[in-house]
Design a protein around this ligand. Structure first.
Ligand code: GCU
Length: 435
């Protein structure tokens, strides 16, 4: 039995109490989803500021040198899996360039990123919009999209993706391939004209360029392509899952942005929605070049606390999306209390860089309160590193953004990315990038 610091979370008091843990306090999160606040059992969160050997973390230096690397390793080993480093000889080919996009307000570029440096090897395509008439390098938003770059704008010059697509997403997808009718189907989630008018670049990549999103997708994705023949780097207990592969791709997109003269690569905000919000958080935790990290409705496996039994559970993730996480993660389906980390520590790994967590009222599957609490419990790390966090201890009212180093809002409406969400992200980026 161990004595641990724990937060009494469901009364939402951030007071620290002493609990006795060591036993699996609750094991069966696997039944039907719980949507009843009064039925959320008590749980004990691991303390981001106590090392595995019990040493309390009292200085920024200890966080930096001991606890942060330890936590990162735990997330690799138990949750997302370990991704390889940047491959040598990454190659970028700009294959399309138009200075007169969006009625002259933007420059559009399309770039083939050859992920092994070989022009007959795996490739992802980056779509970039740059504001015209900017003075100096501009900050940028970078995110993966769900339906192909051609879905982000109804612009016939965007290369139509030939990759595998999730058929259920739209009737325009025929036999898992995009058709011309798919142009612009995701445009509502990418207000490109507004982003550019605010002086930001937007860069996006289709997540299926890295790995098609289904359990067999790895076979034609980057995970198989980077596995030396005969090695088991796809299914090992700590081998990277699809979320890690997508996050790895975000880092490769940033590698390109570092070479792009119009962009200030030190001011890149990485963002994502839902499974791609989980991906953005993990990308931002691993790769400290991302200056801001934004999670839009990322839910379980993203910003939401795993130990809180509300909405989706670890068991649900493992059952429905076995390819997303590493092999070891399956061990926690029926015993989430044994996970050596929880998601507030993922957010803490981003500290002291600004992070924004956004929830939606009707998105109960993603557990908005669990997302808020993870942000709240990351705050001690932000404070240790000298940065203000959320600044509140209670969930704010609807449509009322809060926070400084950690931003948070819950908006009305459903699971989606809306103009309201973007307005907050642009304000947040203005606040941190234009100080
Ligand atoms: C499913 C899944 C979620 C995920 C979401 C999405 O609902 O259960 O974990 O966030 O899909 O990516 O849209």
């Amino acid at each position: 039995m161990t004595l641990r610091r724990a937060w009494s979370v469901d009364g939402l008091s951030a007071a620290i109490v002493v609990l006795v843990s060591g036993s699996a306090m609750f094991s069966a999160q696997s039944a039907s989803p719980n949507y009843d606040e009064t039925k959320v059992p008590p749980y004990t969160l691991p303390d981001p500021l106590v090392c595995g050997d019990g040493t309390p973390v009292t200085t920024a230096r200890m966080w930096e040198q001991k606890r942060r690397p330890e936590l990162l390793r735990l997330f690799e080993e138990h949750v997302y899996g370990r991704a390889p480093a940047r491959p040598g000889g990454l190659r970028f080919d700009v294959f399309e360039h138009d200075r007169n996009a969006l009625g002259g307000r933007a420059t559009r570029k399309q770039v083939a990123i050859w992920l092994t440096g070989q022009r007959d090897g795996p490739r992802m395509d980056l779509l970039l919009y740059l504001p015209n008439g900017a003075r100096g390098r501009v900050p940028a938003f970078l995110g993966l999209n769900f339906n192909g770059n051609h879905a982000v704008q109804p612009d016939p010059a965007i290369r139509l993706s030939e990759r595998w697509m999730v058929a259920e997403r739209s009737p325009c997808i025929v036999s898992n391939r995009a058709t011309e009718a798919c142009r612009g189907i995701e445009a509502e989630r990418w207000p490109v004209a507004t982003i550019v008018a605010r002086g930001y670049a937007l860069a996006t990549v289709y997540y299926g360029d890295l790995e098609p999103d289904h359990p067999e997708g790895w076979k034609s994705g980057i995970r198989a392509a980077l596995s030396p023949a005969g090695t088991n780097t796809v299914f090992g207990p700590e081998a990277w899952g699809a979320i890690s592969a997508w996050a790895w791709g975000l880092s490769r997109a940033l590698d390109y942005l570092e070479t792009e003269r119009a962009v200030d690569a030190k001011r890149v905000a990485v963002l994502g929605h839902s499974r791609l919000g989980k991906t953005a958080l993990w990308a931002g935790a691993r790769d400290r070049r991302f200056a801001i990290v934004i999670s839009n409705n990322s839910g379980e496996g993203g910003a939401a606390l795993a130990r809180r039994w509300f909405g989706e559970t670890t068991a649900d993730l493992n059952r429905r999306f076995p390819h997303w996480f590493c092999g070891n993660f399956k061990r926690y389906s029926d015993n989430v209390a044994a996970l050596p980390v929880d998601q507030h520590e993922l957010i803490a790994l981003i500290a002291p860089r600004p992070v924004y967590v956004a929830s939606a009222e009707e998105d109960r599957w993603a557990d908005p309160r669990g997302e808020f609490l993870a942000a709240l419990h990351a705050e001690p790390v932000y404070r240790l590193l000298g940065r203000a966090g959320l600044g509140v201890t209670e969930m704010p009212p609807l449509n009322t953004p809060v926070g400084d180093g950690i931003g948070y809002h819950i908006r009305s409406g459903k699971h989606d990315v809306t103009d309201y969400d973007w307005a907050q992200y642009l304000n947040f980026a203005d606040r941190h990038f234009r100080r």
